[in-house]
Design a protein around this ligand. Sequence first.
Ligand code: GDP
Length: 301
Amino acid sequence: FGRLKAGLSKTRNNFVSKISSIFSRTNIDDDLYEELEETLIQADVGVRTTMELIDKMKAEVEEKEITEPEELYKSFQAEIKRILIADDEELPLATDWEGLKVLMVVGVNGAGKTTTIAKLANRYQDNGKKVLLAAGDTFRAGAIDQLKVWGNRLGVDVIAQSEGADAAAVAYDAVQAAKSRDVDLLIIDTAGRLHTQKNLMDELQKVRRVVGREAGEERVETLLVLDATTGQNALNQADLFNKSVDVDGVALTKLDGTARGGIVIAVRNELGLPVRLIGVGEAADDLQDFKPEDFVEALFT
Ligand code: GDP
């Protein structure tokens, strides 16, 4: 929790301190709502979500006859928490499952895919799962070696072909290997080149198709890794990836690097995607499970 709080310090010192000063005004009036709106939009909360929050606050003031900004601040925090608590869906990668599970990890280069994959491989191996990695980014020079280095470090096998190979062929090989080796969790790295978007989305769809066919649709989950510091861009990317490969959950990295932590709320409410992991630093334990209650508490207390 301390790390979480520390990792969110930029957002706390900017966004949250502004919000808190707005709610320390003496009256609830139009100025308060206007400043709140501006601050939320600046923090990447998203326009629609901002409007929803403002409307909700106005409704609360009416219904509960709230007159103190301080009291309204409590409603505001409760509402943020409510937005962030995704319905009772299973976590992608809850702790227990039977048979093979395949996690396809997608996202643009530099977002933190490799870090996320290594972290998850390490975690599930520690939990007694047999893990296999697949080097499905056959495009970026060095991506295959980078994954192999992690495989070595963690003692996890890596299925790879040479650079330039067909990513779907690597995925096919990996699923076959996973089946024959009784693997519990196969994590597939994928390419994240952004300059040839159309090709990339076609490639990811093909990988997803092959994996679904070979492993069984219900066994596949897709995790999208997004760099929180890229704000609106990250949201646009999410839309694009989601249209191509049906994203199940999001890992939002580099929250420590932004004062606009409101993006967590936008991912959930504007895109309808559950945030599963957040990155709050470069150390191994800085990629944490996203727990809405902890997150809200770390922000506002
Ligand atoms: P990939 O290209 O998507 O595989 O990205 P990498 O996993 O190689 O990460 C890119 C860079 O971002 C690396 O230097 C990571 O250490 C760094 N990084 C990843 N997650 C975080 C995070 O939560 N906070 C910070 N500050 N850096 C991160």
